[in-house]
Design a protein around this ligand. Structure first.
Ligand code: NAD
Length: 269
């Protein structure tokens, strides 16, 4: 049995890597490729766009049309419209994997409500296996090392990235806050500047670097008097996000209703 998987945001940087990885996976079939209705890539073959040869799947501007052809799962890495897409996907009975970052509180509420109505959804700001293990290591370090170990988070991404700090950096900060029972909104200092005074113990410095074609680097620093622990992850290509998204599809094919994250998929909870 090969699962039929469609990609939303298929003409984008991540969308193309998702198409390529689905085409290379013998358990999956590329069932559709969706992008905005005014995309210059509409009607072009999704496999050719991804540099993998003809997939026989043209980029389409209408998700409903793709869902009507019979789809087991949709992977959405579009930069907009996620909640509306999720409503359509869950109503069709398909499962949904969401990699889009910068979801609003309203988007998250809509996803929770869809899961309560029987939807199977995985949503994660970072689908890489290594980054999800980093979340666990940071949680353990933040809990074991006292507040005298000052936490600073540094991320770097390519110069086309729209949001800052990255969703992954924010999640790393949240993980530290959960372990130390801190309030994220109260303790995060984004990119210090000027006469900021002595660093309070109860603070997380957050620093977003931008430049070139960097796929995604994240470092969490625990610095005390006399020693420093640094936990780092560097992404070398977008394929490891795509591969994580495919693991999430497989997970949902054997799961009941719920709103899950990659910690669930990788059994790290
Ligand atoms: P991109 O700009 O290259 O591609 C986005 C694509 O989405 C474009 O082709 C755009 O036309 C399309 N799109 C926008 N609105 C749409 C809509 N309503 N319906 C259908 N298609 C729509 O961006 P990218 O670098 O591929 O990143 C896409 C998203 O994935 C971003 O939110 C990024 O932060 C996120 N991302 C997540 C992970 C992860 O592991 N979760 C990893 C990398 C990137």
């Amino acid at each position: 049995m090969r699962y039929r998987v469609a990609v939303v945001g298929a003409a984008g940087r991540m969308g193309r890597r998702l198409v390529a990885n689905i085409m290379a996976d013998e358990k999956l079939v590329l069932a559709g490729a969706v992008d905005v209705p005014d995309s210059p890539f509409l009607g072009k073959d999704a496999g050719s766009l991804a540099g993998c040869g003809d997939a026989g799947v043209p980029v389409c501007g209408d998700l409903a049309e793709v869902l009507a052809s019979g789809v087991d799962a949709v992977i959405d890495f579009a930069t907009a419209g996620v909640a509306e897409a999720a409503r359509q996907v869950i109503a069709s009975g398909a499962a949904m994997v969401i990699g889009t970052t910068a979801l609003t509180a309203a988007d998250r509420a809509a996803l929770r409500s869809l899961a309560e109505q029987g939807g199977r959804i995985v949503a994660a700001n970072n689908m890489s296996v290594g980054v999800n293990l980093l979340f666990k290591l940071v949680k353990d370090a933040a809990a074991k090392l006292g507040p005298e170990y000052n936490v600073e988070i540094v991320e770097m991404h390519h110069n086309r990235k729209l949001d800052a700090p990255s969703g992954t950096a924010v999640r790393l900060g949240e993980v530290v806050c959960e372990a130390r029972h801190w309030d994220y909104g109260e303790v995060v200092a984004n990119g210090r500047g000027g006469n900021v005074g002595r660093r309070p113990e109860r603070e997380i410095g957050m620093h977003a670097l931008r430049g070139g074609d960097v796929v995604g680097d994240h470092t969490v620093i625990f610095a005390a008097d006399g020693e420093r622990l640094e936990l780092s992850h560097r992404a070398g290509s977008r394929d490891m996000f795509a591969k994580g998204a495919l693991l999430a599809v497989e997970f949902l094919m054997h799961s009941g209703a719920g709103l899950y994250d990659m910690q669930d998929v990788l059994n790290l909870k």
